[in-house]
Design a protein around this ligand. Structure first.
Ligand code: UD1
Length: 344
């Protein structure tokens, strides 16, 4: 019989790509999403790619009764993948309580219902933001946790601690915490991808919207960093590669392959790429020019951070495989699809 997995935030960017991979691997998925940063059409995209329409509940995870009702309506959930969270760094500085409420209440509620309904494990979306500005790159999982520079980042740090404290107090529950570096790109079919509300804050959606003419010019935030070309360095990881890691994590967790209650893995490529290099890669992969100019630094930005993904490579048997040029092509195809649909 298929194992049932609850995916919170499953119509979102990383969530939707993960639902596709879970269904491809034979899991039965129930999505819960409040559609605050996504919409129902995503279900059509998921169905087109995987041939299966996942069960969908429109509700907010900060409401524990909605979660309990869902678990009654969809019995036998074995595991949870928790994507449901607010994630805009700048916005979190403006409205911190929303971030603490959404991100922490969601997690606390999910942890609370797990033993009530026999749910065995939870995979949690964390971020390389927990490392702050790392002392050394590439950064591995044992690197110190630095003071968070935003409420958003703080929710990820606190969430990791909540999971660890709770699981230490309970028998029989497991968790895998995945620290993402910079997820980018879209499904190669262009049926699903990233669709931020309003003016994008993140690099790739701003870049593709500039390339298609929705935005006039991409601002590159700073060229005076201590990096070879002066722009910031990140580890850009393809969202499909990232999604596949979740399937392996769920499998590992539910098969009890680890002695440890909580395991933490970096998910990145292991390669640092600068913002200017990324623009070049996009332009040469797609043949489309991206008008851009250098402007001042963005407050709170990290100068350089990239992953040491050895632990995920060795223990999970997972590796980022998709070349950055293909990732850029997928992001562009998605942008063109949005245009075709009259969305952008
Ligand atoms: C940030 C968070 C990360 C979070 C992610 C999701 C930190 C350190 N990182 O990643 O945890 O998961 O957002 O929202 O808090 N850039 C430009 N022009 C633009 C946009 C971005 O030059 O218009 C540059 C930025 O200065 C940065 C790089 O591109 O150097 C990547 O920026 P972005 O996509 O926003 O991601 P992070 O800030 O790395």
């Amino acid at each position: 019989m298929k194992q049932r997995i609850l995916v919170t935030g499953g119509t979102g960017y990383i969530g939707s790509h993960t639902v596709v991979e879970l269904q491809n691997a034979g899991y039965e998925v129930v999505i819960i999403d409040n559609l605050s940063n996504s919409n129902k059409d995503v279900l059509d995209g998921i169905e087109k790619i995987s041939g299966i329409r996942p069960d969908f509940v429109e509700a907010d995870c900060t409401n524990i009764e909605s979660l309990r009702q869902l678990c009654k309506d969809y019995p036998g959930i074995k595991g949870i993948i928790n994507f449901a969270a607010s994630k805009a760094v700048g916005e979190s500085l403006q409205i911190p309580l929303l971030y603490y409420r959404n991100n922490l209440m969601t997690l606390i509620n999910l942890l609370e219902i797990m033993p009530e309904f026999g749910i065995e494990g939870i995979v949690f979306s964390s971020s390389c933001t927990v490392y702050g500005e790392p002392d050394v790159n590439p950064v591995d999982e044992s690197a110190p946790i630095k003071k968070a520079t935003s409420p958003y980042g703080n929710t990820k740090q606190i969430s990791e601690e909540i999971i660890t404290d709770y699981l230490n107090s309970k028998e029989g529950l497991k968790s895998i915490i995945l620290r993402y570096f910079n997820p980018v790109g879209a499904h190669p079919s262009a049926e699903i991808g990233e669709l931020p509300n309003g003016v994008p804050q993140n690099l790739i959606p701003y870049l593709t919207q500039t390339a298609i003419g929705v935005r006039k010019e991409l601002s590159v935030f700073g060229n005076d960093y201590d990096t070879p070309d002066g722009s910031c360095i990140r580890d850009f990881i393809n969202v499909v590669d990232l999604a596949k890691a979740h399937v392996i994590a769920v499998q590992r967790m539910l098969e009890n392959k680890s002695e440890r209650k909580v395991e933490i893995f970096n998910l990145g490529t292991g390669k640092g790429v600068s913002v200017l290099e990324l623009i070049n890669t996009f332009e040469s992969a797609t043949g489309v020019k991206v008008p851009h100019k250098i402007v001042g630094r963005r407050a709170g930005d990290i100068e350089k951070v990239w992953a040491n993904p050895q632990k995920a490579n060795n223990v999970l048997g997972w590796k980022a495989e998709i070349p950055l040029s293909d990732t850029m092509i997928s992001a562009w195809k998605w942008q063109l699809k949005l245009r075709e649909r009259g969305i952008m």
